[in-house]
Design a protein around this ligand. Structure first.
Ligand code: UDX
Ligand code: ADP
Length: 465
């Protein structure tokens, strides 16, 4: 039977990047068949679940797209071999966390999942395949992929045995979506970056995007510029956050107000008003990892001053989290022994269930180490994830609740660590009544009305004020 789709796209990795990105491609390109494959069976089952609240990624607008496209031109499966073999284009969207051991530990990305994807492609692909780097990667990863593809035994044997004319092109097409706004970011991107060394492959990928993105938003570069731009974009964004967070401390010391300073500087169009929200530090799977990759790359090329410059952005981030923890301890009379603290918000930002590198993790760990008992409430993060993230320190000191009120019961303090909208309109009167006095609120996201809370009777610390 003739394939009714003009192109077959396969995406390896059904995570926070692969799932939403492929859904939006399927939505905008009905003539393409999009197969998302993963080695993780439960994850694929969750993507195929009839109950859309069970999708593995919570992302506003995603469930609606899944509803429209799944089973039509969007498929989630563990059929890695089959999907690779019939694909014209393969996106690699696997995880690339920072290495925890060996050379480059703590800085370089662990490319073992990229390597195994490349080996799978070498083994199963047929004819000409364009491979697209979607994961956040260190510069020169394309080189690694090329070496694996061109030297793999499987590939070599297959060419000899079956005379399959197997060829590859590699293109870098970094993802700029932010979690929580992924669908909107994918539907209306500021730009789409495509880097490669042959025009034909670049144009093939560009042809996907022109189905819904203006041509002038598609930037074509060489492979290395594209890979490096991804790291640099994230480093610049994170730099703004560390800059404003460093000034939040100075505001607290001088009587200036960080929101006023942020507004004042952000109104200068040369500076711009985005990414100037002070908070407990940046989290998420990309910023820290990408900066550390950049630092590693600079050191590798002997650019130590440049490495130190960028590393300082991560250092300020860690410092901000320590600073907030110390401040809580100081205000609670210097000790947390036998005190109960309620953490409101565990995801690394609002509108996502992702907790990777969430500031809540470090701050909770700091407080647990001081002997605090912690209760948690997050509208989207489930109990097992929280316990998993704090596993080495649980020791019966952690309770996760399904409502804010329950988590606040008997607590000495509440820490607002994620800016969930629903926190603004919680029944704060009621919450005050169930807490131990003096009842503190530490608002690290500056999302609550300090005066109103003080009128209720709370003692309030608001970051940068
Ligand atoms: C980021 C980039 O924005 C995206 O382009 C890239 O593809 C992946 O990394 P993401 O990590 O999903 O996206 O979220 P983002 O909105 O950038 O927020 C990252 C962290 O910075 C969050 O913890 C957020 O709370 C924090 N942040 C963001 C601030 O503290 N202040 C701000 O003004 C903005
Ligand atoms: P990201 O935020 O980059 O999308 P995730 O961890 O959410 O990262 O998703 C990456 C996915 O890639 C995981 O579901 C993981 O199981 C999958 N994966 C990793 N290696 C492979 C592989 N070789 N083949 C198929 N899937 C893989």
């Amino acid at each position: 039977m003739k394939n009714k789709f003009i192109k077959n796209i396969c995406c390896i990795g059904a995570g926070y990047v692969g799932g939403p990105t492929m859904s939006v491609i399927a939505l905008n390109c009905p003539d393409f068949r999009v197969d998302v494959v993963d080695i993780n069976k439960e994850r694929i089952e969750a993507w195929n679940s009839d109950n859309l609240s069970k999708l593995p990624v919570f992302e506003p607008g995603l469930a609606e797209i899944i509803c429209k496209c799944r089973g039509i031109n969007l498929f989630f499966s563990n059929n890695i071999e089959e999907c690779i073999s019939k694909a014209d284009i393969i996106f690699i969207s696997v995880n690339t966390p920072t290495k925890t051991k060996g050379v480059g530990a703590g800085y370089a990305s662990d490319l073992k999942w990229i390597e195994s994807s490349a080996r799978q492609i070498a083994k199963f692909s047929k004819n000409h395949t364009v491979i697209v780097e979607k994961s956040t990667l260190p510069v020169k990863t394309a080189e690694t992929i090329k070496i694996i593809l061109n030297s793999s035994d499987d590939n070599h044997n297959k060419c000899i045995d079956t005379d399959v004319n197997q060829t590859f092109s590699i293109v870098s097409n970094p993802e700029f979506l932010a979690e929580g706004t992924a669908i909107n970011d994918l539907q209306n991107p500021d730009r789409v970056l495509i880097g490669g060394d042959d025009d034909e492959s670049i144009n093939l990928i560009s042809d996907i995007y022109i189905n819904w993105v203006d041509r002038d938003k598609i930037i074509k570069t060489n492979l290395w510029s594209s890979e490096l731009s991804k790291l640099v974009a994230n480093a610049f964004l994170a730099q703004r956050i560390s800059s404003i967070n460093s000034i939040s401390a100075l505001c607290e010391s001088t009587g200036a107000n960080i929101l006023e300073v942020s507004k004042a500087i952000g109104s200068d169009t040369r500076i711009g008003n985005k990414f100037l929200n002070p908070g407990p530090g940046f989290g998420g799977s990309c910023f820290k990892k990408d900066i550390l990759n950049l630092v590693y790359l600079c050191r590798y090329y002997g650019l130590n001053e440049v490495a130190e410059y960028w590393e300082q952005i991560v250092n300020i981030n860690t410092w901000q989290q320590k600073r907030i923890s110390h401040l809580v301890i100081k205000n609670l009379f210097g000790t947390l022994a036998n005190k109960r603290l309620a953490i409101f918000g565990f995801s690394f930002k609002a509108n996502t269930n992702d907790t990777r590198e969430s500031p809540s993790i470090n701050i909770s760990k700091n407080l647990l180490q001081e002997g605090a008992k912690l209760t948690f409430y997050d509208p989207k993060v489930n109990e097992s994830q929280i316990l998993d993230d704090l596993d080495d320190l649980i020791d019966n000191n952690i309770l996760v609740y399904e409502t804010a009120l329950k988590a606040a019961q008997g607590a000495d303090a509440i820490l607002i660590l994620t800016e969930w909208n629903e926190f603004i309109n919680l029944g704060w009167d009621h919450i005050y009544k169930v807490m131990r006095k003096p009842a503190w609120i530490f608002d690290a996201r500056i999302c609550l009305n300090k005066n109103k809370l003080e009128d209720i009777g709370f003692k309030v610390w608001s970051l940068g004020t």
